[in-house]
Design a protein around this ligand. Structure first.
Ligand code: MRU
Length: 344
């Protein structure tokens, strides 16, 4: 199945906390359950949480007992607040909520037509995500030559989206084109999205890959064993600064030092032109136990202070290019990102 699916009034999603050991499908019937699934990372990855939020509003519309469009709009606004309050960094969450709300506000029909319009918009966002990923995959694959060793971080595959993936989608396209490639998979402490999710996806796809601890990248680059770094993005500021999973910045600095191309692969819905630079991107801090414990077992002295930011910001000058569904954007990012977003 896809990472997240709509089944008339029920949202089914893969509970990613259980992977790679168990494939568990969770069912949500209200937006509170969706909010919890996002916050606790049953579902994660910027595009996937955007779709989950949109489906959260679709659930409100489907099950609403409102007696007028005005009343339903109020319910939607309240639900959107709950959903907004889950994770702060990935802009796709806010983008998707705003898009469904805008559709609802512009609807001038009766209650059934409003409900229908809300659900249709959420479904459209989900469908577009898959199409967008395939387009990004095609552009991204042009950067991957036969024989390349690719380094990636976190999980940017089907699980981070509705299907197919962003950076991992580009890798997948290159593989499907018959290129002989190999992927270095950063384990991605503390939540281990690389080890648990990316490795699981790559294994299923049959793409040659090797899991590494996050601190191995420098050695590999120095040994000439990395040809390109491909990562995703959770929010891209107007100047091209990229917020992505913690540790991405480390890779960008290393890649820059070794003269290795560093690309972010992300849909234009991840570009936030309202934010001039990365300094303005809110960085989520998560629970200390993610660092101090592994699978519930403490690995540090009890009560030892922990700092656990979930994301970092890579300055645009360290980024070779940004792959979107509309093409690959190169510097100057402030001009070219705006151009690509505004070009319809
Ligand atoms: O904390 P997560 O697992 O939601 O973080 C995910 C990432 O950082 C991904 O790289 C990003 O969302 C882009 S993936 C399509």
């Amino acid at each position: 199945m896809r990472t997240i699916e709509w089944h008339s009034g029920t949202v089914k999603l893969i509970d990613q906390r259980q992977l790679p050991h168990r494939l568990v499908i969770e069912e949500c019937t209200d937006h509170y359950q969706i909010a919890q699934a996002i916050k606790e990372m049953h579902i994660r990855g910027a595009p996937a949480i955007g779709v989950a939020a949109a489906f959260g509003l679709a659930l409100v519309a489907f099950h609403s007992k409102a007696s007028s469009p005005h009343e339903l709009l109020k319910e939607l606004e309240e639900a959107a607040l709950v959903l907004r309050n889950t994770r702060p960094t990935a802009v796709n969450l806010f983008w998707a909520l705003d898009r469904v709300l805008a559709k609802a506000r512009s609807n001038e029909g009766n209650l059934p037509s409003l409900k229908e319009a809300i659900i249709a918009e959420a479904l459209l966002i989900a469908e577009e995500d898959v199409e967008t990923n395939k387009k990004m995959g095609a552009f991204g694959a042009t950067l991957i030559k036969d024989g390349y060793n690719i380094l990636t971080h976190c999980n940017t595959g089907a699980l981070a989206t509705v299907d197919y993936g962003t950076a991992l989608g580009a890798i997948r396209t290159a593989w499907e084109q018959g290129k002989r490639i190999h992927v270095w998979v950063d384990e991605t402490r503390p939540r281990l999205q690389g080890a648990r999710l990316t490795a699981w996806e790559l294994k299923q796809l049959g793409i040659p890959a090797t899991l590494i601890a996050d601190n191995v990248a420098g050695l590999l680059m120095r040994q000439g064993k990395v040809d390109i770094v491909l990562v995703g993005a959770d929010r891209i500021a107007a100047n091209g600064d990229v917020a992505n999973k913690i540790g991405t910045y480390n890779l960008a600095v290393l890649a820059h030092h070794h003269g290795i191309p560093f690309y972010s692969v992300a849909p234009t819905s991840t570009i936030d032109l309202s934010i001039p630079s990365g300094e303005h991107i809110p960085i989520e801090e998560r629970d200390a136990t993610e660092v101090s414990h592994i699978e519930g077992i403490p690995i540090a002295p009890e009560g030892f202070p922990v700092y656990n930011p979930a994301f970092d910001v890579t300055p645009h000058r360290l980024i070779t290019g940004i792959v979107t569904e509309k093409g690959i954007v190169y510097p100057p990012f402030d001009i070219n990102l705006r151009r690509i977003v505004e070009d319809s």
